[in-house]
Design a protein around this ligand. Structure first.
Ligand SMILES: Nc1nc2c(c(=O)[nH]1)N[C@H]1C(S)=C(S)[C@@H](COP(=O)(O)O)O[C@H]1N2
Ligand SMILES: [Mo]
Length: 393
C-alpha cells in the first residue's frame, strides 16, 4: 500500500470487508436532517455569488456547503492566470529535459504503469482571504505517481539543483529590466529545489476523486505539492526541466512574493524595521469557520484548518467576548487533508453573535490576528483569524 494512502481509509476498507465499518465514527458533519437548519451568516459581502464567475473561468467554493472531507469535483475551486488549455489525453506527452541522464517523453499510460498513489490533499490559493469568504480552497483525493519516482526512473544528473515545471498555458508577460519593459510570450512556470522534488510527497496527478482531471483542473496532468499554496500545483504540465541555475520566472520570483516589515516598533516609518521579501511556498497556518448548524436546541460550529502538514495542536473558538474554548478535530484528518473541526456551542442566545477560531500547531506557531499582519504590505498569504457574524433566531 502506498505510504500516502491514509491508514484510516485502509482500515475502513478492511473493516467494511468484515461488515464492521460502524466501529469507526463518521465525521460529525452528517447530511442535513430535515429538522436541522443552517444558521445564517450576517456578514457576507453583497453581492455574494460563490461558484462559477460569469466568464466560467474561475470557480469559488461556497464554504457554507462543506459537509465532509472531500470537496466534490464539480464544486472544487479553480483559478489560473492565463488561458485554460484543452489537451487530448490520448496524445498527451510530458517532456522531461535538461540535466537528466536521458531526455524523456512520457504518455499517461507510461505514468499509470508506474506505482500510482492516492493522496487526500487540501489547499488554497495564496490570494484566498475573508474578502471572498475563503472560497479559493478545497480538499480532494488525488491519484498520480510521485514526482520523485519519475525523476529517479529517468535519472537525475548530479549538477541539477532546480526543477522547473512548465504549464501548457502561455501568454504575454511584462518582464521589467532596469526601467525597460519587454512584453514576451511565456508559459506559466514554477520551480522547486531538487531536494523538494525528490521528497516522497509531490505527485504528478491525473485523477481527482477517482475521475480524470477536467481541463479546468489542469488535466490531463498536474503537479500536487502537499502543504504548499495552490500556485505550486502547476496545471496542464507540458515539461519538467532540470537545471543548475535558479529559475526567475514571473510566477516564481515576481508575482508570488510577500513584502513585510519585521522588527522595530511595528510602524512603517520606524528606521529599525527590516523589509523582508519572501517567496510564496508552504501554506501558512489558517483556520476558518465555514458553517454553523442548529440541531434541535443545540448549535454546532464547523470549520477547517489548512497548513504545511505540521501536526495541529489545537483549534479554539471564541463567542463574542467569551473565553477561547477548545474545538474537536475530526479523527479522519490526515497530514495533508484540510483538517475539519467542530465546536459545540452551548447556550446560544437569540440575536447576532461574533464567532472566531484560532489554530495552533505542534511547533507552537499560532494563527495571527489581522492586526498581527499589519506590517505585511502584499495581500497574498492572508492567514488572519476570520471573525464571522451569525444570527440566532
Ligand atoms: N499552468 C498553470 N498552473 C497553475 C496556475 C496557472 O495559471 N497556470 N495557477 C496556479 C494558482 S495561482 C493556483 S491557486 C492553483 C489553482 O488550482 P486549482 O485551479 O486546481 O484550484 O493553480 C496553480 N497552477
Ligand atoms: Mo493562486
Amino acid at each position: 500500500m502506498p505510504e500516502t494512502m491514509t491508514r484510516r481509509d485502509s482500515l475502513r476498507g478492511a473493516l467494511a470487508a468484515l461488515g464492521a465499518v460502524a466501529l469507526i465514527p463518521e465525521w460529525a458533519l452528517p447530511a442535513l436532517a430535515d429538522a436541522d437548519t443552517d444558521v445564517p451568516f450576517t456578514d457576507l459581502p453583497k453581492p455574494f455569488n460563490p461558484g462559477l464567475n460569469t466568464a466560467g473561468t474561475t470557480r469559488t467554493l461556497d464554504i457554507r456547503k462543506i459537509d465532509g472531507m472531500i470537496t466534490p469535483a464539480d464544486q472544487f475551486f479553480f483559478i489560473q492566470h492565463k488561458n485554460q488549455p484543452k489537451i487530448d489525453p490520448a496524445g498527451y506527452k510530458l517532456k522531461i529535459s535538461g540535466l537528466v541522464k536521458q531526455q524523456a517523453e512520457l504518455s499517461l499510460a507510461d505514468l499509470k504503469a508506474m506505482h500510482p498513489v492516492e493522496l487526500i490533499n487540501g489547499y488554497e490559493c495564496s490570494g484566498n482571504s475573508p474578502r471572498g469568504v475563503q472560497g479559493l480552497s478545497s480538499c480532494g483525493r488525488f491519484t498520480g505517481v510521485p514526482l520523485s519516482a519519475v525523476l529517479k526512473k529517468i535519472g537525475v544528473d548530479a549538477a541539477a539543483r532546480e526543477v522547473v515545471l512548465f504549464g501548457t498555458d502561455k501568454s504575454k508577460e511584462d518582464v521589467v529590466f532596469r526601467g525597460t519593459t519587454y512584453a514576451v510570450d511565456q508559459q506559466f512556470a514554477r520551480s522547486i529545489t531538487i531536494e523538494n522534488a525528490l521528497r516522497p510527497e509531490p505527485i504528478l496527478a491525473w485523477n481527482l476523486n477517482g475521475e480524470p482531471l477536467v481541463y479546468q483542473q489542469g488535466g490531463p496532468l498536474r503537479l500536487i505539492m502537499p502543504g504548499w499554496y495552490g500556485v505550486a500545483n502547476v496545471k496542464w504540465l507540458a515539461e519538467i526541466h532540470l537545471q543548475e541555475e535558479r529559475f526567475l520566472g514571473n510566477y516564481q520570483a515576481r508575482w508570488y512574493r510577500s513584502l513585510a516589515g519585521v522588527g522595530g516598533s511595528g510602524r512603517d516609518t520606524d528606521t529599525d524595521t527590516q523589509w523582508v521579501e519572501n517567496e510564496i511556498s508552504k501554506m501558512h497556518l489558517k483556520s476558518v469557520i465555514a458553517r454553523v448548524r442548529k440541531t434541535g436546541k443545540a448549535h454546532q460550529v464547523f470549520g477547517f484548518v489548512l497548513n504545511d502538514g505540521t501536526p495541529v495542536k489545537s483549534v479554539e473558538v471564541k463567542v463574542d467576548d467569551g473565553p477561547w474554548q477548545p474545538a474537536k478535530l475530526d479523527p479522519k484528518n490526515t497530514r495533508f487533508s484540510w483538517k475539519l473541526f467542530t465546536y459545540d456551542w452551548k447556550g446560544a442566545t437569540p440575536g447576532e453573535h461574533t464567532l472566531v477560531s484560532r489554530v495552533t500547531d505542534a511547533s507552537g506557531k499560532a494563527q495571527p490576528t489581522l492586526d498581527d499582519l499589519k506590517m505585511k504590505k502584499t495581500f497574498l498569504q492572508d492567514n488572519s483569524q476570520f471573525p464571522r457574524k451569525v444570527m440566532i433566531a
